[in-house]
Write a protein that binds this ligand. Structure first.
Ligand code: XMP
Length: 312
């Protein structure tokens, strides 16, 4: 039986031993994995650890403010770095899912390399969990935070060594550890969000405008499914287009959004959520009312396997 308290004590010792008297950095994304890693890290290292939020322009609405407020309520400071331009530049012109994932990974670690050099931090605490490692090692997809398993030596390439205290855990155990560390329910119960953010939910080329469309739709899906039991619920923008009618009944060739909601425990397998029809209708109405460029809203009925949870 998994014991979160024993896990916390053991990992605090491991972090202390690895980092010693050097400085460390942790990058927050607002999710349960990175938040748990940060709080565990602060308990082990105190002021030797600094928490940063890299605003890559690919997050959900209001994420930076939410992270700062949550961590402030825990008595912890987070420094924000606005780096959206660097990420959009790195993703420009790319349409292949794996190329996009690799470009994101490189932009992410280059940002961290720059920040850690500035702070003289020799260590990075990272919230990689077992599912991330398994999927990358199996060649399913390049998770943004898996390095050594794909032959990248972070110390050589980026100038810092990596500690990954959650590497053996799956999501349900991470949530247990988060609760035992006293993290608020808004984090422990938060639905997962992929590290590369909305760039894997904008199929084809990633532009600020296309990301904004998905961001707005994501907010609507999250609001309308907030009280419902599901592992993840989100919107994805297709590359294809579909004919529709504008408000003044003119033909337009508009965008297609897919709504996806899945039930799962560990993200390794998943089933489509049987969302109530009125919820799907309301999501569709709200999306088409607030995003006139969208002419179709579809619902994904595929489980994992054969699909994966994300489209890319
Ligand atoms: P897939 O799409 O592989 O997703 O079925 C499984 C779970 O992992 C999340 N996901 C990621 N998380 N970095 C992450 O931290 C990534 O690169 C990444 N890709 C997918 C996905 O949202 C789901 O919860």
């Amino acid at each position: 039986m998994f014991n979160p308290q024993n896990f916390i004590s053991q990992k605090m010792e491991e972090i202390k031993k690895a980092v010693g008297n050097e400085k460390a950095l942790v990058a927050l994304s607002g999710g349960v994995d990175s938040s748990t890693t940060a709080v565990l890290g602060f308990k082990a290292l105190g002021e030797k650890l600094e928490a940063v939020f890299i605003d890559d322009g690919l997050m959900r609405e209001g994420e930076g403010e939410r992270i700062s407020a949550t961590f402030a309520s825990l008595g912890l400071k987070v420094q924000t770095y606005s780096m959206a331009e660097d990420f959009f530049k790195a993703l420009k012109g790319l349409t292949d899912p794996e190329e996009k994932r690799k470009a994101f990974r490189e932009a992410f670690y280059q940002s961290l390399a720059k920040i850690s050099r500035g702070k003289g931090a020799k260590w990075l605490l990272q919230g990689t969990i077992a599912a991330d490692v398994v999927e990358t090692s199996r060649g399913v997809k390049t998770q943004h935070n898996v390095l050594e398993q794909v032959g990248i030596n972070p110390a050589e390439k980026y100038g810092f060594k990596v500690v990954e205290p959650l590497k053996e855990l799956y999501k349900p155990q991470v949530r247990e550890v988060a609760k035992a560390l006293g993290l608020p329910a808004e984090i422990t119960e938060r639905r997962p969000f992929p590290g590369p953010g909305l760039c894997v939910r904008v199929l084809g080329e990633v532009t600020p405008e296309r990301v904004e469309t998905v961001r707005k739709a994501t907010r609507i899906v999250e609001e309308e499914t907030a009280g419902l039991l599901c592992f993840q619920a989100f919107a994805v923008l297709m590359e294809d287009k579909a004919t529709g009618l504008s408000e003044d009944k003119k033909r337009i060739y508009g965008e297609i959004l897919v709504i996806r909601s899945v039930d799962s425990t560990d993200a390794m397998t998943a089933q489509p959520t049987q969302l109530p029809w009125p919820v799907l209708e309301k999501i569709t109405r709200r999306i088409t009312a607030s995003l006139p460029s969208v002419t179709r809203v579809l619902y994904d009925l595929t489980g994992k396997p054969p699909a994966t949870i994300e489209f890319e």
